[in-house]
Design a protein around this ligand. Structure first.
Ligand code: SAM
Length: 216
């Protein structure tokens, strides 16, 4: 899963150009027994398997001070937002921990991590997709990753430091006719060349997050 993600588009280029470095760690390498088991059934009974605290401790200890900020991906974490991505893009190194099955021994949440992050109020099978979401969002904010810095300067959720949604964009053709009776037109002001008026129009159409989805 990580292989196909890391070998795609912008992230692949960023790794190649050494703006980003991703080190994948297989937690099974830290298992205590010859069956390479890293989880066990929950005390008190119940469904599923729980990740063992001793295995996680060993894995993080091996990383030592190379691990940077340790983040546990869990539905119980704080909701991931653009502001979180911006903050984490300033860190030199982060370690993302992906769970599977039932989750982690509570002592991992409590003693071994710096923060807990959720990508939204729903449950996925494992932490790999959440980790890819964080790598993509944080990665594109790292200096040099997105070629033209301007394109990430004013984006939804961070427009001049405010949590707003980007204004509508149009391109050619000026008039599109889906059938012979209908015309879908571009707002005239955007074709006027009057930069002040265009700026005002864009400001007026920059929506607040509670105005989602944009209505017509
Ligand atoms: N039993 C857990 C619960 O009810 O909170 C759900 C475990 S989930 C099936 C398995 C793993 O997927 C989690 O340990 C976590 O690493 C990851 N995961 C699932 N949903 C997530 C979310 N919304 N945000 C971040 N990680 C998530």
């Amino acid at each position: 899963m990580f292989k196909s993600f890391l070998e795609t588009s912008l992230i692949k280029r960023a790794i190649k150009k050494k703006f980003l470095k991703i080190n994948l760690i297989n937690l099974r390498d830290f298992a205590a027994d010859r069956h390479r088991s890293i989880d066990d059934s929950p005390f008190g009974g119940g469904f599923g398997m729980v990740f063992r605290v001793d295995v996680m401790f060993k894995a993080l200890k091996k990383l030592g001070n190379q691990k940077g900020r340790v983040i546990l991906l869990t539905p119980r974490g704080k909701r991931f937002e653009q502001a979180t991505a911006k903050r984490l893009s300033q860190e030199k190194t982060i370690t993302l921990i992906c769970g599977h099955y039932e989750g982690f021994d509570e002592r991992i949440h409590h003693y071994l991590v710096d923060e807990q992050i959720s990508i939204g109020d729903y449950v996925l099978t494992g932490g790999e997709i959440p980790a890819c979401v964080l790598i993509d969002c944080i990665g594109r904010l790292v200096k040099g990753v997105v070629g033209k810095e301007g394109s990430i300067k004013e984006e939804s959720f961070d427009i001049n430091g405010r949590k707003l949604l980007e204004y509508p964009q149009y391109t050619r053709p000026e008039i599109f006719q889906p059938d012979h009776k209908t015309k879908w037109k571009v707002p005239k002001v955007l074709l006027s060349g009057d930069h002040q008026k265009i700026k005002e129009w864009r400001n007026r159409h920059t929506r607040k997050v509670w105005q989602r989805p944009v209505k017509y």
